[in-house]
Write a protein that binds this ligand. Structure first.
Ligand code: FAD
Length: 414
């Protein structure tokens, strides 16, 4: 049996960042995953480091939008009927949390994390030799109607109050930044202080490589084997059992499987999402990610091609993929950007791990000494991985946390 100071379970961008921050503070750390670092949800995202985020993703409002979703005609959302009864209480809580008041509370609680998101990535990228993946030219949100643009007024006003830079663009100004976009929209907002990466998988792998450079150990193993062993926690790995006083659970969408086994039941749901890669036609290209807000998809330039990521699908995490949204959104996407040949036979699918208040859980596990939680990062796991890693490492090592961690505590569900 090997002994280490801390075990981190889950090597997505959240777990790798936590492990790296713990190792930077001088702890011996073992990172355990059944796959290689970054190969699940952290592989397939749109690569946006959304430090500009103020409000959570809105619950659809208006009868028309709800009916379109119910009739499975909405490009931005999909659902499995069998999942609805299970997720209904969560959806009601989500709706309440995305009210005008709830959105403001989210903005206030989450600002300490979002405001450091880009700089925390930059610091890790510099030491991990991963700066080449970083683009610091923001992202663009497109609006297809004046009404949809007008509905963002509150968020833009708050951005002005907080000094968060953004620029409202006409169609021509937008095409000045992204000449390959076709004028299928009416207005746009450029958030220049957001950043993006050209290969999220490579970034997570680079952080994992930096972790091993600092003496960290990456092992294959099954997190579900976690159990108490005297005063320690023990997990079984391909190299044998590992013991540690502290364990950080960073299993993203799989965290409830393990926590349920330990009697910890926090109300998480999944927003599944898909991506497909396309070659651009001719000389077309994108410099930065753009999101078509009316249709809920993002077009992100990646090393693999133009990655088109979809909005939310409410379904069991492990249910068969149903990438029906592509059929509904592809005409709009092709009107916006000259998408050419598709690069893979099947779309990729992942599950965003989401709490109804859209905040992650970062902190102590209730009732289990030495057990720490760092998961539920919803739409922002790439964005918040490094800053969450700093926060959990500060808490585990007993340092003063850089911000008040209360809004992210598991106790908020009591
Ligand atoms: C379509 C889509 C687009 C997105 N776009 C963005 C974006 O632009 N910006 C952004 O910030 N976020 C985005 N996200 C969200 C982001 O990808 C996630 O929040 C983030 O990847 C979650 O990271 P994680 O490390 O918590 O989970 P994961 O990356 O899923 O890592 C969890 C790890 O746990 C491991 N694991 C699970 N069970 C076990 C077990 N029993 N034993 C051992 N290991 C186990 C898995 O193998 C995995 O490696 C997007 C998500 C989707 C689906």
């Amino acid at each position: 049996m090997a002994r280490t100071d801390a075990i981190v379970l889950g090597a997505g961008v959240v777990g790798v960042s936590a492990a790296l921050h713990l190792a930077k503070r001088g702890l011996s750390v073992t990172l355990v995953d059944r796959r290689g670092p970054g190969e699940e949800t952290s592989y397939g995202n749109a690569g946006v480091i959304e430090g500009n985020t103020l409000f959570p993703h809105a619950f659809p409002s208006g009868f028309g939008a709800l009916i379109r979703i119910a009739l499975k005609q909405a490009p931005e959302a999909n659902y499995h009927l069998s999942f609805l009864p299970k997720v209904a209480p969560w959806l009601l809580a989500y709706r309440a949390n995305t009210s005008a008041e709830g959105s403001l509370a989210f903005a206030e609680d989450m600002r300490p994390l979002f405001s450091r998101a880009v700089s925390e990535h930059e610091a890790l990228m510099a030491e991990a030799g991963a700066t080449r993946y970083l683009r610091k030219d923001g992202w663009i949100k497109l609006y297809r109607s004046d009404e949809a643009f007008a509905a963002t007024a509150r968020e833009r006003e708050l951005a002005i109050t907080l000094g968060l830079s953004h620029r409202v663009l006409s169609v021509d100004e937008t095409r000045g930044l992204e000449p390959s976009l076709m004028p299928a929209f009416r207005r746009a907002v450029h958030w220049p202080e957001a950043a993006s990466v050209s290969n999220p998988l490579a970034v997570t792998k680079a952080y994992a490589a930096r972790f091993t450079q600092l003496g960290g150990v990456v092992l294959k193993g099954d997190a579900m084997t976690l159990h108490r062993s005297d005063a320690n926690w023990r997990v079984e790995t391909d190299e044998g059992p590992i013991d540690a006083k502290d364990v950080v659970v960073a299993l993203g969408p799989w965290a409830p499987d393990l926590l349920g086994q330990l009697g910890i039941d926090l109300p998480m749901a999944f927003k599944r999402g898909y991506h497909r890669h396309f070659a651009p036609r001719g000389n077309a290209g994108l410099t930065r990610p753009v999101v078509d807000t009316a249709n809920g998809y993002c077009l992100a330039p990646m090393e693999q091609g133009i990655r088109l990521t979809t909005g939310a699908e409410f379904a069991d995490r492990d249910a068969t993929p149903t990438p029906d949204q592509f059929e509904r959104l592809m005409p709009a996407a092709r009107d916006l950007f000259p998408l050419g040949e598709e690069k893979e036979a099947q779309p990729w699918m992942g599950s965003r791990p989401c709490f109804a208040d859209s905040r992650p859980v970062i902190g102590r596990a209730p009732g289990q000494s030495g057990l720490w939680l760092d998961y539920g990062h919803a739409h922002w796991g790439l964005t918040l991985g490094p800053v969450s890693g700093r926060l959990i490492a500060e808490m585990v090592t007993g340092a003063t946390p850089f911000c008040d961690p209360k809004p992210y505590s598991a106790e908020r569900f009591n």
